[in-house]
Design a protein around this ligand. Structure first.
Ligand code: HEC
Length: 313
C-alpha cells in the first residue's frame, strides 16, 4: 500500500515536471562556432577579446549594469586584459588610470561639512555603479532591476567551461530581427507589438507586453502571450532589457569590426574573465604543478623500491 502511494505521488510529480517543460522552456544557449578558447584545463582566455569586451561593457552595458566586485586595477593586474609587465603595480598602469579617471564616482568619504564628494575614480576604486540605490535603478528601467554583472556567467551557467558565457552571448544576439516585430492597434486603442511565427511547427502570433522584449534564450514561458497552437509555444520568455547591440555600436580601439556577433562574443568573454579574474594564473600554475607531482610520484616509487629492497614482507 505504502509502495503504491509512493509510486502514485512520484508519478504525479514527474508528470507535473514534464507538463511544465512542455509549456515553457528556453532555447539552449549555444557556444560560438568553434567553441570558447578558454574551455578545458589547458584552454586560455583570448586577452584581446577580453579587452574589447571591457570596451563594450563600458560603452554599452555600464549605463544600466554595475559590477560591484571589480575594481579598475583588476584590469591591469596579472591575468587581466590590460596587464603590462612594465607596470607590475596595476595602480601605475597609465591605461588603467585613464579608464578610471574618465568615470566620476561618489567618494566614500564626505567633505568636512558632510556633503557628498564626487571625484574622478582611481585604479583602486570599484567600478562606477550606475545607480545610488536599487529603487532608483528600478525607476530608470520600468520597474526591472538590471542585475550586477560581476558574476553573471557563474550565476547563469554551471562549471567553468563557458556555459554562462554562452548564455550571455546567445541572449545578446538572440533577440528577433527588428524587422519581424510589427505594431497593431489593440482593442483599447493602445499600440501593441507582436511577432509572427511561421517556422516548423510553430505558427502564430506572439504579443510583446509593453516594456518587455521577447528572447528565445530567456528563461520563462510565453504561453499567455501566444495566439496560436498551444502545443507549439515559441521557446523562451520576455525580459525588460531591449536589444542592446547593433552593428557598429562601439568603435573598437584595436580596429576590429564591431558586428553584433563580435561584440556579443567579446563582452561574454569579458564577463567570463570578470567572474574569476585570476583564472589564467591558476591554469598556468596548474599544469607545471601536475607535472611536478607526477615526477615526484615516480621518484617516490623508485626510492620506496630501493629502500625496502632487502626487507622481506
Ligand atoms: C538600458 C539599460 C540596459 C543596458 C544598456 C543593458 N542592460 Fe542588461 N538588463 C537591463 C535590465 C532592465 C535587465 C533586467 C531584465 C529583466 O529582469 O526583465 C537586464 C538584464 C540583463 C541580463 C540578465 C538576463 C537574465 O538571465 O536574467 C544580462 C545577462 C544582461 N542584462 C546583460 C547585459 C549586457 C552584457 C549588456 C551590454 C552589452 C547590457 N545588459 C546592457 C537593462 C540594460
Amino acid at each position: 500500500m505504502k509502495l503504491l502511494r509512493t509510486l502514485i505521488v512520484g508519478l504525479g510529480a514527474a508528470s507535473l515536471v514534464l507538463s511544465a517543460h512542455a509549456a515553457g522552456g528556453s532555447k539552449k544557449a549555444k557556444a560560438p562556432e568553434g567553441g570558447w578558447a578558454f574551455a578545458g584545463p589547458l584552454g586560455e582566455l583570448e586577452m584581446d577579446s577580453v579587452a574589447r569586451g571591457y570596451q563594450v561593457y563600458r560603452e554599452v552595458c555600464a549605463a544600466c549594469h554595475g559590477m560591484k566586485l571589480l575594481s579598475y586595477r583588476n584590469l591591469g593586474e596579472k591575468g587581466g586584459p590590460f596587464y603590462d609587465p612594465k607596470y607590475p603595480n596595476a595602480n601605475d598602469n597609465p591605461l588603467v588610470k585613464a579608464f578610471a579617471a574618465e568615470d566620476e564616482i561618489l567618494d566614500p568619504n564626505p567633505d568636512e561639512n558632510g556633503d557628498p564628494v564626487y571625484r574622478p575614480a582611481r585604479p583602486s576604486d570599484p567600478f562606477r555603479y550606475p545607480y545610488a540605490n536599487e529603487q532608483l535603478g528600478r525607476a530608470a528601467n520600468g520597474g526591472a532591476y538590471p542585475p550586477d554583472l560581476s558574476v553573471i556567467t557563474k550565476a547563469r551557467g554551471k562549471g567553468n567551461d563557458g556555459d554562462g558565457a554562452s548564455y550571455v552571448y546567445s541572449l545578446l544576439k538572440g533577440y528577433p530581427d527588428p524587422d519581424t516585430i510589427k505594431t497593431r492597434e489593440g482593442e483599447d486603442g493602445q499600440r501593441v507589438n507582436y511577432i509572427k511565427f511561421d517556422k516548423g511547427d510553430t505558427h502564430g502570433t506572439l504579443i510583446q507586453p509593453i516594456g518587455q522584449y521577447y528572447n528565445p534564450y530567456m528563461a520563462g514561458d510565453s504561453t499567455a502571450q501566444w495566439e496560436g497552437d498551444p502545443r507549439h509555444v515559441p521557446y523562451g520568455g520576455f525580459l525588460a532589457m531591449a536589444p542592446q547591440l547593433t552593428d557598429g555600436r562601439v568603435e573598437y580601439m584595436d580596429g576590429t569590426e564591431a558586428t553584433v556577433q563580435q561584440m556579443a562574443y567579446d563582452v561574454a568573454q569579458f564577463l567570463h574573465w570578470a567572474g574569476d579574474p585570476k583564472q589564467s594564473q591558476r591554469k598556468t600554475l596548474g599544469l607545471p604543478t601536475m607535472i611536478y607531482l607526477l615526477l615526484l610520484a615516480v621518484l617516490l616509487w623508485f626510492s620506496y623500491k630501493r629502500i625496502w629492497r632487502n626487507v622481506k614482507h
